[in-house]
Design a protein around this ligand. Structure first.
Ligand code: FAD
Length: 291
């Protein structure tokens, strides 16, 4: 099934994100996680590709295929293009197709060295932006294509109008739907929707929600993606400074409240960054009103 069809059903699309293991030998662990998550019947599950510098790229299609074959749940394989040439991308698309996957989340990927710019870190003939990848995937037959978007603007981009323009270019290149980066203040998301709809972006947009599990995780994430920390979160970090267990519980509850509010505002979809934890998926799922 193509994910774009799910958005046409007239109810919020609920999806989970998982990451593949670093080694083939650990596949059983993620399969056990997926056995539990599939009982929650999300509309689709996405599988990351080399996120956070992990050397697990080859297992993305493997795990995405497991989700479809063993649980009958639609899956989407993330694919990044930075530093890759067209031949490599066509090869990867062929591998994904052979595994029966026809949904791709087309991404640039994080630059190898955050201190370099896109043009310096890519070699001649290699991709620089997700838009180029989307255009090439569109030429390769019947893929449904998702793309990333950023309620507070991408961390490399300090001009929100340019950010909107980049998003419209992804739409024009052939993207079918969008998933946002995490955010902790729903007002950023609502303002973003207003901004991009005003800028001509008409695609369905799922709101990405990541529960806070620890202070370390949150510090790493805000550094990587530049999301703002609202005072509600800062208060939680302060209150549970010496109590990681309570911080984790409070973080998941905070995310659940975000989800309830997003659903009440009639969002197209909610994408839950599960961090491979079925209990997070379950708690968040309850707040979508689905179970
Ligand atoms: P792009 O859309 O190419 O944008 C990157 C930057 O370039 C932006 O600042 C944009 O303003 C600018 N830009 C775009 N087009 C142009 C242009 N024509 N001219 C000049 N500037 C331009 N990373 C992984 O490695 N693996 C994953 O599995 C993964 N999954 C993700 C899932 C989601 C839902 C999200 C939101 C992000 C994910 N990422 C993942 C992170 C993503 O790769 C990074 O955020 C990356 O820095 C940007 O990717 P992009 O596809 O948005 O890039």
């Amino acid at each position: 099934m193509q994910i774009k069809e799910l958005y046409a059903r007239g109810r919020p699309v609920v999806s989970f994100e998982v990451f593949p293991p670093k080694q083939d030998t650990d596949l059983a662990d993620i399969y056990a996680v997926l056995d539990r998550m599939s009982e929650l019947t999300p509309d689709f599950i996405s599988v990351t590709y080399g996120a956070g510098g992990g050397k697990n790229s080859g297992l993305t299609a493997e795990v995405a295929s497991f989700i479809q074959q063993n649980h009958g749940i639609c899956s989407i394989a993330h694919l990044t293009c930075i530093g890759a040439n067209q031949e490599r991308i066509l090869d990867l698309l062929e591998q994904v197709k052979l595994k029966g996957i026809n949904n791709i989340l087309a991404l640039r990927g994080d630059l190898p060295d955050a201190s370099t710019t896109g043009s310096e870190s890519t070699s001649p003939g290699s991709y620089r932006y997700a838009e180029e990848l989307i255009r090439d995937i569109r030429k390769q037959g019947d893929f449904c294509i998702g793309a990333a978007c950023y309620p507070e603007g991408h961390i490399d981009c300090d001009d929100l109008s340019f950010d909107t323009l980049c998003l419209r270019r992804k739409q024009e290149a052939g993207a079918d739907f969008l998933i946002t980066q995490l955010f902790f203040d729903n007002d950023f998301f609502y303002r973003f929707i207003e901004r991009v709809r005003g800028g001509g972006v008409t695609l369905p947009i799922s709101a990405g929600v990541m529960p806070i599990l620890s202070r370390r995780q949150i510090e790493r994430m805000i550094f990587l993606c530049g999301a703002s920390l609202p005072s509600g979160i800062i208060k939680l970090l302060y209150k549970y400074e010496n109590n990681p267990g309570d911080l984790c519980r409070a973080g998941i509850e905070y995310a659940a409240k975000q989800i309830t509010d997003l659903i009440a505002h009639g969002v197209d979809g909610v994408h839950i960054y599960t961090m491979n934890k079925p209990e997070i998926a379950e708690f968040c799922m309850k707040h979508t009103g689905r179970v």
